[in-house]
Design a protein around this ligand. Structure first.
Ligand code: NOJ
Length: 541
């Protein structure tokens, strides 16, 4: 074993608790349900589980509106259930990350209830309150991500409060000296219990312009999503946010072996700052480049090269293909390409995060209008297709029984089960030697056992064929690997004779071939990905 840390070596698997496994037949997933599936996750070969929020919440934004940071939402279970889940995960060698939502609370959090009670309440300035503009409207032009202004008027005290998501998610004021210590206490509470770290929600939004200046119009706006009509220079990525993150990291570092991933949607150059000048901020500022890159070999290769080129010294890379806010990979790139996408995610240099269900190729599920639950889709039905997230949050497809084994037959799950569940499910794919699940599992185990794949360096390989993307993973004194991905629907031949004469096919996306190949005339089938071993003894580089 090399000296990489667990969060560098291993794969993070995101569980969306409402949709993973229901144990008490109420149509909602829960903690005992997750515990009952830990053996599946351990066998899959992941390292850590990230749970989307499990805290008490009126669910105005499905748990990202937290009413109590140090308790468990009764719909998911209780603290005993959590303690058992954590212990059971650790027994299986799995780490557990929680979702910390420090930028905003629920309007039902006690802090906000006090804050809104009167203008002179000691917690008044824990949130961002302002008088109306002269015309009686909101204090400035800031917008909510989910539609409409980022301000709501509170009759009781005659002022507006800030929220960049739904009105029921008031934003905390990190300029008030007591707020950060309170959030650090929350972190300590869970770290003392033994959680292995946090995924931190919208970490780059935690500080706003104190003068509340209007944001300028975005000259490149395409006219679709109103939130994109402004340049968010006063609500995002303010320089002072780094100091807050350093404090969070400093506290985390008091505990051994813990880590913090920051949710940050920013261009690369700005994203890198979130590692911290002295590697003292996020262990991983989430890298969402693959989500926004067109699915072609050339574009993906460019994204990989650009990311690798700007990583600061000592910064560990990470990759994401999907999450609870983004389209399902199989729907974005097609079912055939979804295997190539998983091979890419799991063989690039750095820590991958795998969203639940991606290992069986789950797709976006059409949601009938009467079943829509996601706030942005309800608030802006005209662009629901674009911004609605219900389609990617549907129940995990475990087997071919009614409700896909997510909940008992006869129960109505909180979101509809995918219509393809009888064919796309864990049990069936487990039996099928050529399935996506078998492929992902083999790849995860290969990745674990090969230092070059989990910790090695990466060199992209120039090719004269723009349908293919190839790279090499190398680690001292270990076998190296060539990864070859065909992004197209045509079988292609390529000459990699300059890398080595021969290699061995170790894994293919279709699990249908193995053995030695001649690299000077390597054939790659349509939609195929290959992991080729270059044994240490014959390495030429
Ligand atoms: C980002 C989360 O991923 C998303 O689901 C949520 O709606 C917003 N933050 C607000 O917390």
């Amino acid at each position: 074993m090399n000296d990489q840390l667990w969060w560098q070596r291993g794969v993070i698997y995101q569980v969306y608790p409402r949709s993973f496994q229901d144990s008490n037949h109420d149509g909602l997933g829960d903690l005992p349900g997750i515990e009952s599936r830990l053996d599946y996750l351990a066998r899959l070969g992941i390292e850590a589980i990230w749970l989307s929020p499990i805290f008490p919440s009126p669910m105005a934004d499905f748990g990202y509106d937290v009413a109590d940071y140090t308790a468990v939402n009764p719909i998911f279970g209780d603290m005993d259930n959590f303690d058992r889940l954590l212990a059971a995960a650790h027994e299986r060698g799995l780490k557990l990350l929680l979702d910390l939502v420090p930028n905003h609370t629920s309007d039902q959090h006690l802090w906000f209830e006090e804050s809104r009670a009167s203008r002179d309440n000691p917690k008044r300035d824990w949130y961002i309150w302002r008088d109306s503009a002269q015309d009686g409207g909101p204090p400035n032009n800031w917008l909510s991500y989910f539609g409409g202004p980022a301000w709501t008027f509170d009759e009781r005290t005659g002022q507006y409060y800030l929220h960049q998501f739904v009105t029921k998610q008031p934003e905390l004021n990190y300029r008030h000296p007591e707020v950060l210590p309170a959030m650090l206490d929350v972190m300590r509470f869970w770290l003392d219990k033994g959680v292995d770290g946090f995924r931190v929600d919208v970490i780059w939004l935690m500080l706003k312009d104190d003068a509340l200046r209007d944001e300028p119009p975005n000259p490149l706006w395409d006219g679709v999503n109103p939130h994109d009509s402004l340049l968010h220079i006063y609500t995002q990525d303010l320089p002072g946010v780094h100091e807050i993150i350093r404090s969070m990291r400093g506290m985390l570092d008091d505990y051994e072996g813990r880590m913090m991933v920051g949710e940050i949607y920013l261009p690369l150059a700005k994203l890198m700052a979130y590692y911290g000048r002295s590697s003292d901020e996020c262990h991983q500022p989430y890298n969402f480049q693959l989500i926004n890159t067109p699915w072609t070999a050339t574009a993906v290769r460019t994204a990989v090269d650009e990311y690798e080129a700007v990583l600061p010294d000592g910064a560990w890379p990470n990759w994401v293909l999907g999450n609870h806010d983004q389209k399902r990979t199989a729907s974005r790139v097609g079912f055939e390409q979804a295997r190539v996408a998983n091979m890419l995610l799991l063989t690039l240099r750095g820590t991958p995060t795998l969203y639940y269900g991606e290992e069986i190729g789950m797709t976006n599920v059409p949601i009938p209008p009467e079943c829509v639950q996601d706030p942005p889709a309800l608030l802006q039905p005209e662009i629901a297709e674009l911004i609605g997230r219900d389609p990617v949050r549907t129940p995990m497809q475990w087997d071919g029984s009614a409700n896909a084994g997510f909940t008992a037959s006869g129960v109505t799950p909180w979101l509809p089960v995918a219509p393809d569940y009888a064919t796309v499910n864990v049990a069936r794919q487990d039996q099928d030697p050529f399935s996506m699940l078998r492929f992902v599992r083999q790849l995860l185990h290969l990745r674990r056992s090969e230092p070059a794949l989990h910790s090695g360096s990466l060199q992209t390989i120039p090719l004269d064929n723009d349908g293919l993307f190839a790279y090499r993973r190398t680690y001292p004194e270990a076998d190296s690997f060539l990864v070859m991905l065909n992004f197209g629907e045509k079988s292609l031949q390529v000459d990699l004779g300059s890398v080595a004469a021969k290699a061995t096919i170790t894994l293919t996306t279709r699990l249908d071939r193995s053995g030695a190949v001649d690299l000077a005339s390597l054939r790659v089938a349509a939609n195929e990905g290959l992991v080729l071993r270059l044994p240490l003894a014959q390495r030429q580089s």
